[in-house]
Every structure is written in structure tokens, then in C-alpha cells.
Design a protein around this ligand. Sequence first.
Ligand code: ZN
Length: 314
Amino acid sequence: MNGRVLYIAGTGRSGSTLLARILDGSDGAFAGGELRYVWQRGLLEDRLCGCGEPFSKCPFWTEVIDRGFGGAAHIDAQSIVAEQRALTRLRQVPRILTTGGGAVSAEYLRTLSKLYRAIAEVSGCELIVDSSKLPSYGFVVGQVPGLDVRFAHLIRDPRGAAYSWTRTKALPDANGAMQQMSVLKSSSLWLAWNGSARALFGDRSRYRVVRYEDLIARPREVVDQILSFAGHTAESTPFVGERTVSLERSHTVAGNPDRLQAGNVELRADEVWTTALGRPQRALVTAITTPLLGHFNYPFAVKSGPLRDLTVPQ
Ligand SMILES: [Zn+2]
């Protein structure tokens, strides 16, 4: 069985968990969360699945691991984590670009192939949504034989993302809180990750840019466009109103703690940052992210009102 994967690339705090959950609610699509974490946070740390059970007790993941690998005892998760870390470090991106990613071992690609195929089989879905975000990992997934991978590059105004990074949220699957980051660090990360995603996928036909702000402004239209780009026809989506989706808990590995909540969610523009992020911080984020801001048609001076249309591949 050949699987089809929609890979969501981008940085944290850009709405990837929300987008993945909306896609998960579309029939024939399954969003497994940030699949690169199956080994570390799933098998090794036994954190909570989106269904509320620990990974080892979740019936979905137990079946995936059984079908794909003959049980957790047959997986050397430590080695997989080590290889994955070495392969996908951001500083590897220039090497990936010059060598075409030739250093990925056949064994590691086989492991990923087993994982994604087992997810497709157990979920019974034609489309798997992987919101792992990390561009270099997406590049590796794109090399798995037999997988048809399409890349949705989800991007958010870096000043909105930076403000979100300064705030904290409880993280129930790890008895702690979500990571916080200074605006300096988060905007450097924004530039590095989004620059890498563009460099790695930007010249492919299977690449599409999705701005978080467009998703929030025209949710139904943008979700339909993403599904069609993923080659998927869904008879139903979770929209119960123009801007409201009914979300169910699903079997997701890692991601924003919102994944553990279910019910109706109204999609609203989160513009608190336009006033709450101080002027010097805003100027700092703008200065750091300037090389890419214009590319995605974000204004240099923050103002309210609709964004200019995207002119990059979409
Ligand atoms: Zn589960």
C-alpha cells in the first residue's frame, strides 16, 4: 500500500496543531501529530497520546507498533533517535542541499516506511498528516520509497509568533509547561526554519505556502485548497459554521496541549500581539526576519487590515 503524506513544515506557534486537527476531522485523513517524536516522546518517554492514554496504552499506537514492527520490543528507539538527531540538525541543511540528502541510511528509511505504512493501515485513511514542522526531517520523509509526500509550509507573521513564544501554557503530557523563548531566539529560529523550508522544498511542485493569517481569515476556503493540494477529496470536513470547527480528540504524538481538548472551536484572529508586543521588541523581530518578511508579503510596519496576497508558489 502506497501512502500519501501531507507534511506541515514551519516553526512553532504558527497554528500547526490547529491545522492538523482540522484536517484530521476531514474524512479519509488522519493526523498523527508530530510523527518525528514517536520514538522519543512516544516509545521512550511514554507521554500522553492525544486520546488521553499514555503512548504504550493507546490502542491505536499499540496496533501501529505491532503491525509495523512486531511490537515495541523489536524497536531500538535509542538508535533511531540518535540517527534522526544527527540527520536532521539544522546545521545539516547546507549539506542536505549540496548532497541531495544522500547520507540517509537505507535502514532508517525502511524504519520510516514501516511506520507510515502501519499508520495508514491501522487508521484506514488515505492521507496521513504529519505536523512535525522541522524542515530537515520533512526532507528525509520525502525520500522514503513509496511515500507520496507533499509539503505545506505553514507560516505566521513572526511578530505574532514571537509574542506567543513569550507566553506560557501548561503542558499536561509532560507535567510541565510549554517552552518559552525570548523574541531574539524565536525570531532567529523563525528565519532559520522558514529559510530552510524554502530552500529545501521551494523549487518543488509538491510545495505550497500557507499563511496562518489566511487560514484564519478564510478557513473553509484555505482548508479546501490544502486538501486538494494534498490530492485528497473529503466528503466531510469538521466545519459546523463558517468559522467554527467541531474537533474530536485524536491519536496525536506531541504538539500543542490544545490537542487534548475537544469540542467546538471558533477560529478567530489572534491580534493581541499587535499592541502587546512592545515597540522595541517588534523592531527587533522585524530586523531579524527582514530577509524573508517581504517574500511572504508580510508588511515591515505592523498595521491592521488584510495582508497583501501571497505571490510565492501556492
Ligand atoms: Zn491514542
